[in-house]
Design a protein around this ligand. Structure first.
Ligand code: R5P
Length: 277
């Protein structure tokens, strides 16, 4: 973007309270705070204080670029008495930022960010970069969406390069347990299965599909996730199955990052700065 990289400091006091100091001159300049929001709870206080400090120092606008946006999967009260975290979180972000940009934010029961964000909020699709990667790295792919939510990602990737795809049914039975039927997939040895999902968190969704593909004797599958959270014991569950590769976008830093989304963020940020002006 040709933007200056801002310099700021966070000081932690003995009692664990923090203070934020911005050293760059930001008066009358648009400020972008870039922070992927995995592990969001620990990040929120510094993030809010940084945005508020920028405003107090005269920034002309303060935008948030969050390549991964947390809390979007809790988009409904699943149990009586439960809060809808997606709404609470969006209220918080909307209170402190002038705009927000993210990539594939798990829009499912919430269809558009504007349903919960009161600031201009843009959701960027990763379909083009995913399909480019598959096109260049996988011979004769067949795309597999592990659950009904994934149809939006799988179909958009498939549309770009005309890859065949199937969408499976998943029932989540716990944080780390899922039941998925892969009856609609044959033991075809001509195609390489490419599992496409927005998030790899506990890894149980991907691993359960891979386990059953291994049983069917298909080619070794490629696991493609937009956001690789790889929570807790995720990687050790992948050790129990046979796969060709695990590939993610660089929305969250991880050794599996092979798909660059920087160009998508750059273009959108430039556009948003002009629009919010
Ligand atoms: C579900 O709604 C998402 O699209 C992903 O399928 C899910 O977050 C994957 O979670 P896990 O890796 O824990 O199975």
């Amino acid at each position: 973007m040709g933007a200056e990289e801002g310099i700021w400091q966070q000081h932690t006091f003995p009692d664990k309270e923090i203070s934020i100091r911005i050293l760059s001159d930001i008066k009358n300049k648009p400020v972008i705070i870039f922070d992927s929001l995995h592990n969001p709870n620990a990040k929120m206080i510094p993030l809010i204080f940084l945005a508020e400090t920028a405003k107090a120092l005269g920034a002309s606008q303060v935008g948030l670029v969050a390549p991964y946006l947390s809390y979007m999967r809790q988009d409904i009260a699943f149990n009586a008495g439960e809060g809808v975290s997606a709404k609470h979180f969006s209220k918080l972000i909307s209170s402190y930022f002038d705009w927000m940009i993210t990539i594939e934010p798990h829009l499912h029961r919430i269809h558009h960010l504007s349903e919960v964000y009161t600031i201009p909020a843009l959701s960027i699709h990763a379909g083009s970069v995913l399909s480019d990667w598959i096109n260049h790295h996988v011979d004769s792919p067949i795309l597999i969406g592990p659950d009904s939510e994934s149809e939006q990602w799988v179909s958009s990737v498939s549309e770009k390069c005309h890859f065949p795809y199937v969408v499976l049914n998943k029932i989540r039975t716990g944080d780390k347990s899922v039941s998925i039927s892969i009856d609609s997939i044959s033991g075809d040895k001509n195609h390489t299965p490419v599992l496409v999902d927005d998030i790899i968190s506990s890894g149980r969704t991907m691993v359960e599909v891979v386990r059953q593909l291994n049983e069917k004797g298909t080619k070794l599958p490629v696991c493609l996730g937009v956001h690789g959270l790889f929570s807790d014991d995720c990687m050790s569950t992948f050790d129990k199955v046979k796969y060709k590769d695990i590939i993610t976008c660089n929305t969250i830093e991880h050794p599996s990052n092979a798909i660059d989304v920087d160009c998508l963020l750059k273009e959108s940020s430039e556009k948003m700065i002009k629009e919010v002006g």
